[in-house]
Design a protein around this ligand. Structure first.
Ligand code: RUG
Length: 816
């Protein structure tokens, strides 16, 4: 900066920026100020949306105050920081969250009420920031909330997509996709930093020449240049002044305009560079648990890590310390392999730009990075072809070849002559063309690799990376079980339950230490507490029923069991098995006499979730659910006992309505396929019980709740492969493809294969659920005990695990 304030000016500045007491009048002043000055509205020209915007800008002012002082304090202390690199941050809405975390919601609601607006209505005006696909992106958002709440010096880095995940509507039963225009009316929750920009380059060639010291130097001469512009999203902690930052990059052309083409009348050409550059951050790829080998996706990955590293290095250089101290200031966490090219970028910067030798650079790089694996599904493991990498990032490809060469040389020394092992462990996969296995690159270069639940981390170590565990030792690999933030997923999404818990525990402290929920167990059999608990569930179910009526035109019975499966539609998550079970139930109902029918436990089955647009089978499952709903809901005789809905456009704010309203939720992936799952944690936290397979975090949830408070069923992970193998090569068993005979064919018991019986076990489990649900007191007790056992699944616990065991960082609470 070219300007430095004199001490007097600095003092005046301090006085002028000192936070003002947040009185009712001050809130109203700020609100009206933003309505009239920022939005140019008047009292006679307001509506709920304008009032939302005015409130949002005034809440943002509060956030910015805290955020500025947090950042200034961190700059003074210069602690070791963690940088969480993620291509997805599924933030959802911000206003309610900010008001609650800052502890000013009631004050704001009252002040705004007196200006004629209802805060709950204004909250509904906000569009979700849907910059993620599902669990992975929402995990990143929960982690940011926990990092801020626990006062860790942390930054999130990612991409500001112009269009987040598509909006889903259902037309004639089919999923239809629409662009997500989330930025049309601006975004009050971000601060555009036109002053913080970095160049990012692609393509071209690498020139090798002799350096002054006799070694080779490499000069990358790229052919395409763009600029990354920072957008900051302040993230307030709960019950602390810490407010951290998610910095999202958007791409801009480096030359604003091609004047020569413009002057020659070639208008399209003159703006081509501009549109090409802006395209990089246009869209989020809508694939969950499936990699996409598209050039633009690789560009997105490099674009964001390149800008991020320049930002991190700029911050480090302010300390004036030598490069050897870099790992004492910087920990970088890779959320999946998506940012893995950042490892190579740091090695490149250190060698080509900072003049370190290979070994010196490598020592630094390998102390800085750690990698979270989120899947063992082969189709989700990223590979980039060598020709594509060479075309886009020629110098990086050379460095990857060198990393691989040095790595394989040392493997060869350990296992002389074992060429098969070298082939298996190589970062480069042979084939036409060759490709780079990004997960192997991450494992070779990171000091720590973690899975996201005990079972998953075990599979990561025993199957996916078993030879790397043998080579590097088990110390490189660990588990950090996922978690969710109780601030959003209970306090915000279920305010009445949160209030009941606070009243019962006589303090809000459980929101900062979720293990305190265990104290609720003593009230689990108390009829009065049960009544209050279940009354809140009933009112949440009513709210969801209203949403369903408005969006699906179906009037569901709020007294029925609400049985929910909402998540991305995927074969491994087995919505198909669930819908078969529903159809089976419907067919059973048809066969019943009126007398038997009258004894049935009414059930509302609720599905929600998006399918990747190109995922044919998943889309057919959506169609099947909707077609089945059309039959089931219009059967006047049985619809009292069974209703089925598919709620369109599942996103964070819809999850906030659905999750508090569930009685049971389905987490029924094939054993060994769902790395963790996090919605399972959210449902139980809100008093819903799990129907689930022995997979992912279900297992650990069951350990905490006890087997009597969770409905687990099905085969275990080791059996799955065995069964698959037998089915493929064994007795020639075929599952009847016709829907109407599937259930019968699995029920007649002629097949000797347990996997085929999983749908049957699912059906049996659902019968158990019916029986349990009829005993209201027992059900309430289970619901309370399960929720009270959720202490482990706070993302605060996950973040403390990462901080202590992987990042080696400490909390830095800002001074009062
Ligand atoms: O499928 C996994 C979930 O099981 C997990 O809970 C979540 C967060 O760890 O990540 C999901 N995931 C995995 N999303 N994408 C991938 C693979 O890229």
């Amino acid at each position: 900066p070219g300007w430095k304030p004199s001490p007097e000016i600095a003092a005046r500045w301090k006085k002028l920026t000192a936070p003002k007491e947040l009185t009712e009048e001050h809130i109203q002043e700020e609100f009206v100020n933003h309505a009239t000055k920022t939005l140019a509205r008047s009292a006679f020209n307001m509506d709920d949306f304008a009032a939302y915007q005015a409130s949002a800008y005034s809440v943002r002012d509060q956030l910015i105050d805290q955020w500025n002082s947090t950042q200034m304090y961190h700059t003074t202390v210069s602690p070791k920081r963690v940088y969480y690199l993620s291509l997805e941050f599924l933030i959802g809405r911000s206003m309610d969250n900010a008001l609650l975390n800052l502890g000013i919601k009631d004050r704001y609601a009252n002040a705004i009420d007196k200006l004629g607006f209802n805060m709950e209505d204004l909250v509904e005006q906000e569009t979700d920031a849907a910059l993620g696909n599902g669990g992975l992106g929402r995990l990143a958002a929960c982690f940011m909330d926990s990092l801020a709440t626990l006062d860790y010096p942390a930054w999130g880095y990612g991409i500001r997509y112009n269009y987040g995940i598509f909006e889903q509507s259902i037309v004639d039963g089919y999923q239809t996709e629409h662009p997500d225009y989330w930025l049309t009316f601006g975004n009050p929750w971000e601060i555009q930093r036109l002053d913080i920009t970095y160049p990012v380059a692609f393509g071209g060639t690498v020139i090798r020449s002799k350096g002054a010291s006799g070694g080779f130097v490499y000069t990358w001469e790229p052919t395409e240049r763009v600029v990354a512009v920072a957008h900051d999203f302040p993230i307030p902690g709960f019950g602390t002044k810490s407010t951290i930052n998610i910095r999202l990059w958007s791409s801009k052309p480096s030359n604003e305009f091609d004047f020569a083409s413009f002057n020659a009348g070639e208008y399209e050409k003159s703006v081509k560079e501009q549109t090409d550059a802006e395209n990089i951050t246009s869209c989020l790829y809508p694939n969950d648990n499936h990699y996409i080998g598209k050039k633009l996706r690789l560009k997105q990955q490099y674009f964001f890590v390149c800008a991020t590293l320049q930002d991190i290095i700029r911050r480090f250089k302010k300390t004036g310390e030598p490069w050897s101290e870099f790992p004492k200031h910087v920990a970088i966490q890779l959320n999946d392999t998506h940012p893995t090219i950042g490892i190579v970028e740091l090695q490149r910067i250190l060698i080509d730009e900072e003049g370190l030798d290979w070994d010196g650079a490598w020592k630094i790089v390998t102390k800085v990075y750690s990698y979270t694996n989120h899947t063992v599904l082969p189709e989700a493991l990223e590979k980039w072809t060598v020709p594509l990498l060479k075309e886009l990032l020629p110098r990086h490809m050379m460095i990857i070849f060198d990393i691989n060469l040095f790595f394989l040389q040392s493997v060869e020394r350990r296992y002389p002559g074992d060429r098969e092992k070298l082939r298996r462990m190589s970062i480069i996969e042979e084939g036409v063309p060759q490709s780079v296995r990004m997960a192997y690159l991450a494992v070779v270069c990171c000091h720590t690799v973690n899975g996201v639940a005990e079972l998953h981390s075990d599979l990561v170590q025993k199957q996916l990376f078993s030879e790397f565990v043998e080579y590097f030792g088990a110390g490189r690999f660990t588990n950090v079980t996922n978690g969710v933030t109780p601030r959003r997923w209970l306090h915000q999404a279920n305010p009445r339950l949160s209030a009941l818990i606070t009243k019962t525990l006589k303090s809000q402290h459980w929101l900062k230490d979720l293990s305190e929920l265990a104290k609720l167990k003593q009230f689990a059999s108390d009829p009065e507490f049960q009544r209050k608990w279940m009354e809140i569930k009933a009112s949440n179910k009513k709210r969801l029923a209203e949403h369903i009526a408005a969006h699906c035109n179906v009037y569901v019975n709020p007294d029925a069991i609400f049985d929910v499966q909402c998540k991305r539609i995927h074969e491994y998550k087995r919505q198909f098995m669930n819908i078969l079970q529903v159809i089976h139930r419907y067919e059973e109902l048809q066969k019943m006499t009126d007398e038997v029918l009258a004894k049935q436990v009414p059930r509302v089955v609720i599905f929600a979730g998006k399918s990747a647009p190109g995922y044919y089978i998943a889309k057919m499952v959506i169609k099947l659910i909707n077609n089945a709903a059309n039959v089931i809901n219009y059967n006047l005789r049985t619809s009292k006992y069974l209703q089925l809905v598919f709620i369109p456009n599942y996103n964070v704010s819809l999850a906030e309505i659905i999750i508090p309203a569930s009685d049971i939720s389905q987490h029924i992936s094939t054993a060994g396929t769902e790395a963790s799952g996090t919605s399972n944690m959210k449902f139980v936290l809100n008093g819903g019980l799990i129907v689930g397979t022995v997979d992912g975090a279900n297992i650990e949830i069951g350990e905490e709740t006890g087997p009597e408070n969770i409905f687990l069923f099905g085969v275990l992970t080791p059996e799955v492969e065995d069964i698959r193998h037998k089915q493929t090569y064994g007795t020639g068993i075929k599952v009847d493809p016709k829907l109407d005979s599937v259930v019968e064919s699995i029920r007649d018991g002629t097949y000797g294969q347990p996997a085929i019986f999983e749908p049957l076990l699912h059906i049996d489990t659902m019968r158990k659920v019916d029986a349990c649900f009829q005993n209201k007191a027992e059900w309430a007790k289970k619901s309370i005990l399960a929720a009270a056992s959720m202490g482990k699944f706070s993302s605060d616990r996950s973040i403390n695990d990462y901080a202590k065991n992987i990042w080696h960082i400490s909390p830095l609470p800002p001074p009062e």
